[in-house]
Design a protein around this ligand. Sequence first.
Ligand SMILES: NC(=O)C1=CN([C@@H]2O[C@H](COP(=O)(O)OP(=O)(O)OC[C@H]3O[C@@H](n4cnc5c(N)ncnc54)[C@H](OP(=O)(O)O)[C@@H]3O)[C@@H](O)[C@H]2O)C=CC1
Ligand SMILES: O=C(O)C1=N[C@H](C(=O)O)C[C@H](O)C1
Length: 234
Amino acid sequence: MNIALLGYGRMGQTIEQIAIKRGHTIVLKVDKDDTGYDITKADVAIDFSIPDVAFNNISMCLNNQVPVISGTTGWLHDYDNAIALCKEKKGAFIYASNYSLGVNIFFELNKVLAKMMSNLKQYNISLEEIHHTKKLDAPSGTAISLANDIIAKHSTYENWALHEGNENTIPIIAKRIEDVPGTHTVTYESDVDTITIEHMAHNRGGFALGAVIAAEWIVGKTGIFTMNDVLNIG
Ligand SMILES: NC(=O)C1=CN([C@@H]2O[C@H](COP(=O)(O)OP(=O)(O)OC[C@H]3O[C@@H](n4cnc5c(N)ncnc54)[C@H](OP(=O)(O)O)[C@@H]3O)[C@@H](O)[C@H]2O)C=CC1
Ligand SMILES: O=C(O)C1=N[C@H](C(=O)O)C[C@H](O)C1
């Protein structure tokens, strides 16, 4: 499979290694200031760039009938526009805030736990994410997904807020510590005990492998998909 990498930073480079090991060819590596390239050389594009350019990159792929795997976080104000364009162009698109198998299992555990806790008013919730100091966005896309899933399953919570919470608002605490690939913790606390679920990435390999598997899966398909479709879980 011929793959275009839109963004050749920490994730782009990790994806390249895994894609080559799985027998694929990287036909394009696009970084800041790269212009004039031909995206149609690729069977599929994988975007791990920066929030400000992600939607442009996705649009460029969809306008050229190239399926696109979107991993960049922090651009979701344009998500509905990406969906509309994908439908209009009859393209193929996946956005996931986190491509790792482990986090996608963790997403399912989080939903089950939120449903179980829904009527237990004695527990207060908090969500924490820890990432490396070079991360541009906060809270992480994964933390936003976790919070939205809790809101959908728990009768008390209606929204989330960065570093602050109240009765109906899930507080998301974002910490930045050198070299941390990504840790997410959901905590329910009462006067008598604490329940915690946590996912800790040891490196970027899981995110990158999931993105390559999603790219392999989407080629030849039309539509808007999620990692649940790819991994057949949930
Ligand atoms: N969904 C998931 O599973 C995961 C998502 N992520 C997300 O992926 C994104 C990238 O993360 P990471 O690789 O660590 O970040 P990096 O900063 O290491 O890489 C981003 C790259 O994008 C490049 N870039 C800048 N402008 C453009 C452009 N116009 N077109 C293409 N590339 C451009 C940057 O170039 P330059 O440095 O020259 O500006 C840089 O090389 C982040 O949003 C992060 O949150 C990360 C891990 C997992
Ligand atoms: O920027 C990162 O590094 C990561 N970003 C994603 C996010 O915002 O959730 C996924 C992962 O946690 C690593």
